[in-house]
Design a protein. Structure first.
Length: 409
């Protein structure tokens, strides 16, 4: 019914439209479907494209005739081949979603392409999607961007978000944060969560828009209020650092917990530091260790170093030199300088692992090359102390290993 109402204006505007088509429409809208089918058929058999479309609708929906998808598609195709854009769009949708026909993306692309070229918005969006994903056509994100843009300029929100994504990530088009922000802002204002989060990120980073932490907080809040975990974690960081909002450790902690409850990994380390430092909560090394482990298990290098430190000192966990060496090594292999420093000294002393003077020098040497100030000087003295205890061939080997070392990917 909705589609017929949309087309009603054609019967008024197009003076050449068959009288039988008009009669059919009037019968259809009055609920006399049998008469509608009779009138549509007379006009359709005379070659009227609009009547063909209407007749297809009657068969597809089982109004005035038994429901018959094959008969419906026959009339839709005859109408579409005569250029009736609604029939082209209908066929595109049937083949795209597999309604009444076997799903066929190539056939969908064919009909959507016809409708899109006539300016139909939804077919333009879906044709863009098909080029974007390589469904029914060869993947071509430059073509996708063209069709998305046509639909976006007609206010199709799906196309606006999709075009923004191509521009944001530089897929098929030159990366353009400013234009991405323009389109994301439109759909974010309509309440779409991911665009709200990305608008926050762009204002935070100053990408495509001027850096503005107050705007950052506003956009993150909109997404966080819709339970977006990334936005909750990001907003929590703003409260923790006092950027764009008044510093509030308790609010930060609450947001980190909400994000972590949804398995948002970026919140794990933030929670760990909050408990470790006692910000927004009572200092709790055991709780800190729990969250550092979750963060470390998710690949965060700094958290691996902190777990090593907690195990070495017995804070929040039972002191365990072997566990300390394990976590220090995992962080050190990724290039974490403080983990390298601690690992070097533990290997020198043989704590948690068999003593290895050569590797003790290597890790200390690598750490000293990265650290600066008093810390760098202190680690440099440790390295030199160990180096003085090595035989010449051991020192040469250790320096060769240091020179050729590369962090693990």
């Amino acid at each position: 019914m909705r589609r017929l109402l949309v087309l009603a204006s054609l019967l008024v505007v197009c003076g050449g439209a068959a009288a039988d088509t008009r009669k059919g429409y009037e019968a259809y809208t009055s609920g006399d479907f049998k008469t509608a089918v009779q009138e549509f058929r007379v006009s359709a058999e005379q070659g009227d494209a609009l009547a063909m479309f209407y007749l297809g609708e009657c068969y597809y929906n089982g109004r005035g005739a038994v429901q018959d998808y094959s008969e419906a598609i026959k009339w839709y195709k005859q109408s579409a081949q005569k250029g009736q854009v609604e029939a082209q769009e209908m066929l595109g949708g049937l083949y795209f979603f597999g309604k009444g026909v076997v799903q066929d993306y190539a056939e969908a692309a064919k009909w959507y392409g016809m409708a899109a070229k006539q300016g139909k918005v939804y077919p333009q969006y879906l044709l863009g999607y098909m080029y974007d994903q390589g469904k029914g056509v060869a993947q071509d994100q430059a073509q996708a961007a063209e069709w998305y843009r046509k639909a976006a300029e007609q206010d199709n929100a799906d196309a606006q978000e999709s075009l923004a994504s191509l521009l944001f990530f530089g897929r098929g088009v030159k990366q353009d944060y400013a234009e991405a922000a323009k389109w994301y802002a439109k759909v974010a204002a309509q309440g779409r969560v991911y665009p709200q989060y990305l608008m926050g990120w762009m204002h935070e980073q100053g990408r495509g828009v001027q850096q503005d932490f107050a705007q950052t907080a506003q956009w993150y809040r909109k997404a966080a209020d819709q339970n977006d975990a990334r936005a909750q974690a990001s907003l929590g960081f703003l409260y923790s650092s006092g950027k764009g909002v008044a510093q509030d450790y308790a609010e930060a902690l609450k947001l980190f917990h909400k994000a972590a409850a949804q398995n948002e990994a970026s919140a794990y380390a933030s929670l760990a530091w909050a408990y470790y430092q006692g910000k927004g909560t009572a200092q709790d090394y055991a709780e800190a260790a729990k969250w550092f482990r979750k963060s470390a298990d998710n690949g965060d290098v700094q958290s691996k170093y902190m777990l090593g430190y907690l195990y070495e000192d017995g804070k929040g966990v039972t002191a365990d030199p072997a566990q300390a060496v394990k976590w220090y090594a995992l962080a050190a292999e990724k290039g974490e300088a403080r983990a390298q420093s601690h690992l070097g000294w533990m290997l020198w002393e043989g704590k948690g692992a068999q003593q290895d003077a050569v590797m003790a020098y290597v890790w200390s040497n690598l750490a000293a090359s990265q650290l600066s100030g008093d810390e760098g000087q202190r680690v440099g003295k440790v390295r030199d102390f160990i180096g003085a205890k090595l035989a010449p061939d051991q020192l040469a080997k250790a320096q060769d290993l240091s020179r050729n070392w590369k962090p693990k990917k």
